[in-house]
Design a protein around this ligand. Structure first.
Ligand SMILES: Nc1ncnc2c1ncn2[C@@H]1O[C@H](COP(=O)(O)OP(=O)(O)OP(=O)(O)O)[C@@H](O)[C@H]1O
Ligand SMILES: Cc1ncc(CO)c(N)n1
Length: 537
């Protein structure tokens, strides 16, 4: 059969990498072939599946294993490779020495560019998935791989050493084994208890590339090993560097684990939510671009008229403003903008920041964008100072601009390291361009209303944050929200906006209300952008 379709086979890598999983099944969908296909899809590949063993299992454990005849395995492998060019192959549960021999014989003829071997021996539940007498065959099989992804127990079997007690020991074992075999190792510390979970790519020449993430306190870890290996194979198969592939796979898996429990699948070690990222990005895609609030009337004669404006769906209970409005106009702005204040409090970025599950890369991207934002926000405030009437207002906006630049410098000094984004992303850019253009080019009341949400909604977020433990990964950053000077500055901004509204014409007030609501929306987008970047790209 192998020679019947040669014309169809092309060695050119397709835009969507074609990835074959060779693994056992999990009818509950969290591990094995099911996890592999979901992970390959999530990582941007076309998934294919050859089944080594049928496993009756769920989130509690394995009940029975049925291994079809080896000839049938070989028939499956050939059916795929006679017809399809493979950009990457990932192996998981092989189960028996006979299965390993059959896959090895097939690989002798079809060595793929990328072979990721997850040397599955024992499931998360503690059940054996590899017969004890097949361990040596698995160790030999690993020599064929581009990269192996053992957990620390499997690494000990590969190296014939005792199980590593800490990351340094695991790295040392991997370094020795990789140097001997010429096969790269991803050293996983999921089974250790450190606060950080590091996946390190160990190259045969001893070069280490660590990819860090935070440890999640969850039991939703069924199939994490399968998922990481399948996503890694896919990213390598599309031509990513090892560092980019591992960074993407680790970041995506982190999000998938963080949202696994919400699936409510099973009562044991639950699966991860492989498609959380895809659903979140789809929702973000649908929400952007957005329409400027068009329900504000052309002219506003009274605060009551403004308070009656509804732009989105308001929360059932009115939201209490932590820094109170300075009068009826700012009270009405608050009322009209509540729908978006509620969305900010609930948004995935703030939730993940508060519960500590936010990925490092997202946090650092957010900080870098925040520093860029402050530099431009200061220009908008300075423009208001330049256009102010009266010394008190001029001093207030000028001091706010200076304070903002000090905060920007502090962000760089204390928080931002090397190698961070130095260019505004499109979300930051849209917000700052809007602020600067409004503060310079529109009636002063419109500019003042546009800069208000940054004061008011930030103070609101600060006031509503829960206390977090010191070991919380973002404790120090969350602490900066509580600065009392910021509340005073917000009170000042509210007083000025209130006065500007009192003195403005009805049409300028309407424009100012639209600017306030638009800026609220920019605040939401600004937080959310931290989750929209693709880690590793
Ligand atoms: N509690 C956790 N918090 C954050 N990430 C985790 C956690 N547990 C696992 N991971 C991620 O999942 C990856 C694989 O996990 P682990 O080291 O447990 O592999 P495994 O034992 O091969 O998995 P499996 O249980 O599916 O066989 C880790 O390298 C890490 O990226
Ligand atoms: C089929 C299969 N492969 C791997 C694992 C490891 O989680 C599992 N539970 N089931």
């Amino acid at each position: 059969m192998a020679s019947s379709y040669p014309a169809h086979l092309s060695s050119r890598t397709a835009a969507v990498p074609r990835v074959l999983s060779i693994a056992g099944t999990d009818p509950s969908g969290g591990a094995g072939t099911a996890a592999d296909l979901k992970s390959i899809t999530a990582a941007g590949g076309y998934g294919m599946s050859v089944v080594t063993a049928l496993v009756a299992q769920n989130t509690h454990g394995v009940r029975a294993i049925h291994t079809p005849p080896t000839d049938f395995l070989t028939a499956q492998l050939r059916a795929v490779s006679d017809d399809v060019t493979l950009d990457a192959v990932k192996t998981g549960m092989l189960g028996t020495a006979e299965t390993i021999a059959a896959v090895s014989a097939w690989l002798d003829e079809h060595q793929p560019q990328v072979l990721v071997v997850d040397p599955v021996m024992v499931a998360t539940s503690g059940d054996r998935l590899l017969e004890p007498d097949a361990e040596e065959a698995m160790v030999q099989f690993c020599h064929r791989a581009t990269v192996v992804t053992p957990n620390i127990h499997e690494l000990a079997v590969l190296t014939g050493e005792d199980c590593a007690q800490d990351e340094q020991q695991a790295l040392a074992q991997a370094r020795r084994w990789s140097a001997q075999t010429g096969v790269a190792v991803v050293v996983k510390t999921g089974h250790l208890t450190s606060r950080r979970v590091t996946n390190t790519w160990m190259a045969p020449n001893g070069t280490q590339t660590p990819v860090e993430s935070t440890r999640l306190d969850t039991t939703s870890t069924h199939g994490t090993g399968c998922s990481l290996a399948a996503a890694l194979a896919t990213r390598l198969g599309r031509g990513d560097t090892p560092e980019a592939a591992l960074t993407w796979a680790t970041g995506w898996l982190h999000e998938s684990i963080a949202h696994g429990a919400a699936l409510q699948v099973g009562s044991g070690h639950g699966p991860v939510d492989h498609s959380h990222r895809a659903r979140r990005l789809q929702a973000a895609g649908l929400a952007t671009p957005w329409l400027a609030p068009d329900t504000v009337p052309a002219a506003l004669e009274s605060p009551e008229q403004l308070a009656a404006v509804t732009v989105g769906v308001n929360p059932s209970e009115p939201i209490h403003a932590a820094v109170p409005p300075a009068g009826p106009w700012t009270a009405s702005l608050w009322a009209a903008g509540q729908y978006i204040t509620a969305q900010i409090a609930d948004c995935d970025f703030v939730t993940a920041l508060v519960d500590g599950t936010l990925a490092d890369r997202s946090f650092r991207f957010y900080l870098a964008q925040d520093a860029l934002y402050l530099g431009q926000y200061a220009r908008a405030l300075a423009a208001l100072a330049a256009r102010s009437e009266g010394l008190e207002a001029q001093v207030f906006w000028a001091e706010s601009a200076a304070g903002c630049l000090k905060d920007e410098a502090e962000l760089h000094r204390t928080w931002l390291g090397e190698g961070l984004e130095t260019v505004s992303g499109p979300v930051t850019r849209a917000y700052t361009d809007f602020l600067v253009a409004t503060a310079l080019g529109q009636d002063r009341v419109v500019g003042a209303a546009a800069v208000l949400p940054c004061f008011w909604l930030y103070a609101q977020t600060g006031a509503t944050l829960p206390e977090v433990a010191q070991e919380h990964p973002y404790a120090a950053w969350l602490g900066t929200y509580g600065d009392p000077a910021f509340v005073t500055a917000t009170q000042g901004a509210l007083a000025h906006v209130e006065r500007e509204f009192e003195q403005a014409s009805p049409t300028a007030r309407a424009e100012a209300a639209r600017a306030y609501l638009t800026a609220c929306r920019h605040e939401l987008e600004f937080f959310d952008q931290g989750l929209r970047i693709e880690p590793g790209q």
